[in-house]
Design a protein around this ligand. Structure first.
Ligand code: ADP
Ligand code: MG
Length: 728
């Protein structure tokens, strides 16, 4: 009998529930572990507070004396919160966060001990971080990397450590992380959107991108998770016969949250609330043991930090509840995988959502301006946007009829489509007073009413307008949102800059009024960006054909999707907007490809282990027991046993066939891996892993799952789908 599996099942049952007390209000708990405005008011001098606020609002530099004051205040507060250490908290290109703790504790020359933390330590550090992926950005002889304080994201105490959000750059200033390019992109969208918003309201002096992510995840028993090498090392099940019951009854989605999960969620939410993550929504997702958590949206940089912090907190809290969180996009075959929708919009410092129509025709024209420019940007750079969500794990999900396809398109619904259709007919040049009135009353003026009942939701669209924001749905559950947010904000910024130029030319050279110029430019954008708009079924085969006709990209695998990154156009875009230079972009592409290769390589190795050390031995053990049985029957019944053992014999044969095929495919996969490993060109190597190694995985899995179906439950060593998905 399989000790590990049955031991894990026993362990998973009858665990004491952790009771989570809900004393006091969540609003009182919010941000208690964050060095936010309230704490700053309390701990900082007026000058220091002003300086930090200017840095946040206008990106001004904080001088060293002020930094010393801020550090002193942060230290005092953090120690009062029980912190003993501090760390720069950053986002290397691994996709998650990194930290290196230093104690506040220090010694004076005379041997006395004290707590020390100055402006120097707050502002900049040089972690010995030469082992992070850099895509060749850092040669070993110049391996230094610096972390530098990002005052726009507040420091927080996590456990007993003061965490200071930072960027991570090389000695020569190149970004080694995901945050630095994001901050640059947010900076250009601020400039570009502010200057366009000022056509409509001169009081606007800042625009920030907003992000509300929705985190999907699986939660399974820790003992069961730990009993499977594939889950432990790859985050997903490489083999496993589907359980008799999956999600076909639709009885999990929005169902009653299981008690053990609910106490996990409450515990998690309390931790998040203390850390200033404004968590709001929790529910069961479509697949069994799949759940979702969503916060109130925030400024994009902060939202990205909060999502990364959340994933870490989720892991830690799960430990306490003997649970394991699976962030992988496709942990289980045959049921839905997990994503992380990115809801995105633009907000002004005057409190206006630029993707929300207003109360006056002018405000609605402002809405249309940002709406159409976003559509145009996605149309121009659809392939680049696709590349920002590419990963080995997300490849399983995109286009698998449970998440949007790898083809980018935009859903806006019938009513907004007809508004755009009407705008296509706007006259060239000056508009007559009648046309203006008509536009005002019957086209632009109608938008708010339209949106009120525009509840239409097309779940198959990768980029959908949902009333007052766009929702990017292809983002993977594991993905660092900084990546799609960097690209999205960069391309929209570029588009807004172009728009502004065109409108200004019409105003200055053609003597058009501002609204006339805006209508004229939007009309052309609507015409030229039509191919990206698609309201039909994104999962259908027809759409794939249609998209091909429209010359939209359909990059189904990561190696394909990443190729656009270092094209002339992409490099020029990132450079022109100061988001990334050529070296930074090519380094990122290299890191993404390397990560892809390594992920497939690890899966290949785990497959080998599973087959040789688990599946083959289980199949042989079961075969042996059949052989024993047949031999015994022969001993008793002599020749008559033949008729009695036809079932046993056919089982033996069936098992042998699958066993042989399993071993043969596994060995062939290993050979393919070796061939791929010998390739030095990284692009070609990634393609080899994708096209020559990965296809074996499905074949190996097929035979393994057949064997699982045939053998005695008691000899099967790997926790089964029903146990992973239905033990709660
Ligand atoms: P759903 O898409 O699941 O139906 P909602 O439309 O209520 O749910 O919102 C989903 C997410 O959109 C939430 O996380 C919310 O914070 C976010 N969101 C709402 N408004 C904005 C906005 N203006 N900018 C960015 N995100 C937003
Ligand atoms: Mg949503």
């Amino acid at each position: 009998m399989s000790q590990l599996r049955f031991g894990a099942i026993r362990e998973s049952q009858g665990k004491p529930r952790i009771q989570i007390e809900e004393k006091g209000r969540r609003s009182e708990l919010f941000g208690v572990n964050v060095f936010n405005k309230n704490k700053m008011l309390q701990y900082l001098t007026k000058d220091a507070l002003e300086s930090v606020e200017n840095a946040v609002f206008a990106g001004t530099k904080i001088d060293r004396k002020i930094a010393d004051q801020v550090a002193e205040a942060m230290k005092g507060w953090a120690i009062s919160m029980g912190a003993t250490h501090y760390t720069h908290w950053f986002q290397p290109l691994t996709g998650s966060t990194a930290e290196k703790h230093d104690a506040f504790f220090d010694l004076l020359p005379d041997g006395r001990a004290l707590e020390k933390f100055g402006g120097g330590q707050l502002v900049q550090q040089e972690p010995d971080a030469s082992s992070f992926p850099s895509g060749g950005l850092r040669n070993t002889f110049e391996a230094r990397g610096y972390t530098a304080w990002d005052p726009t994201s507040p420091a927080f105490v996590y456990g007993t450590t003061l965490c200071i959000p930072t960027i991570f750059v090389s000695y020569t200033g190149e970004a080694l992380d995901n945050k630095a390019p994001l901050l640059r992109a947010l900076n250009v969208i601020d400039e570009a959107a502010t200057s366009v918003a000022r056509y409509f309201d001169k009081n606007v002096s800042k625009v920030h991108a907003t992000l509300g992510w929705e985190q999907e995840y699986f939660l399974i028993d820790k003992a069961l998770a730990d009993s499977r090498p594939d889950i432990m090392l790859t985050g997903r099940t490489l083999v496993g016969h589907p359980a008799a019951k999956g999600q076909q009854l639709d009885d999990h989605y929005f169902g009653v949250i299981p008690a053990r999960v609910l106490s996990y969620m409450s515990d998690l939410e309390k931790e998040c609330t203390k850390l200033g993550i404004p968590v709001k929504t929790r529910h069961n997702e479509v697949a069994p043991n799949q759940f979702e958590l969503a916060p109130v949206f925030e400024e994009a940089n902060l939202a990205v930090d909060h999502n990364l912090l959340l994933m870490d907190v989720m892991d830690k809290v799960a430990e306490r509840h003997s649970l394991k969180v699976l962030f992988h996009e496709k942990p289980f075959e045959g049921i839905n995988g997990s994503g992380k929708h990115n809801n995105w919009s633009l907000a002004t410092d005057t409190g206006v959502n630029l993707l929300s129509p207003g109360t006056t025709p002018m405000k609605n024209l402002q809405f249309l301006t940002f709406f159409v420019n976003t559509i145009k940007a996605v149309d121009t750079y659809e392939e680049l946007l696709r590349s920002s969500i590419a990963s080995a794990s997300n490849d399983h999900r995109l286009g698998a009829n449970e998440a949007p396809p790898a083809i980018m398109s935009i859903f806006i619904g019938d009513q907004l489509s007809s508004v755009l259709d009407e705008l296509e007919g706007v006259s060239h040049g000056k508009l007559s007073p009648e046309e203006k009135t008509e536009l005002k009353l019957n086209v632009v003026g109608k938008i708010p009413e339209i949106l009120l009942d525009n509840t239409d939701r097309n779940r198959t669209s990768p980029f959908a307008f949902t009333g007052n924001k766009f929702e990017m749905r292809g983002v993977g559950s594991k993905t660092n949102c900084a990546k799609p947010m960097t690209v999205l904000n960069t391309i929209v910024a570029k588009q807004l800059i172009d728009f502004k130029k065109e409108v200004d030319v019409l105003i200055e050279k053609k003597n058009l009024k501002k609204d006339e110029a805006v209508f004229n430019v939007l009309r052309e954008y609507i015409k030229t960006s039509k191919r990206i708009r698609f309201d039909g079924d994104g999962y259908s085969a027809d759409w794939e054909k249609e998209a091909k006709k429209r010359k939209l990209s359909n990059n189904r695998s990561t190696p394909e999707a990443l190729q656009v990154l270092d094209t002339k156009e992409s490099l020029a875009l990132f450079k022109a907007l100061n988001v990334m230079n050529q070296v930074e972009v090519t380094a990122r592409k290299k890191v993404e490809l390397e990560t892809y290769i390594m992920n497939i390589q690890i899966e290949g190795r785990v497959f080998f282990e599973l087959v040789y050390n688990y599946i083959v031995p289980a199949a042989i053990a079961y075969q042996n027991s059949i052989i024993q049985n047949v031999k015994g029957l022969k001993e008793i019944y002599g020749n008559a046993h033949k008729e009695m053992t036809t079932g046993q014999m056919s089982l033996l044969e069936e098992l042998s066939n699958h066993l042989n095929a399993l071993k043969q495919k596994t060995d062939a996969m290993v050979t393919a891996r070796k061939t791929a490993n010998a390739i030095t060109d990284i692009d070609k190597k990634a393609v080899a892993y994708c096209d020559k190694v990965k296809p074996f995985f499905d074949e190996i899995r097929f035979h393994s799952d057949r064997i699982e179906r045939l053998v005695d439950n008691h000899v099967w060593p790997l926790a089964k789908y029903r146990e992973l998905l239905f033990i709660r």
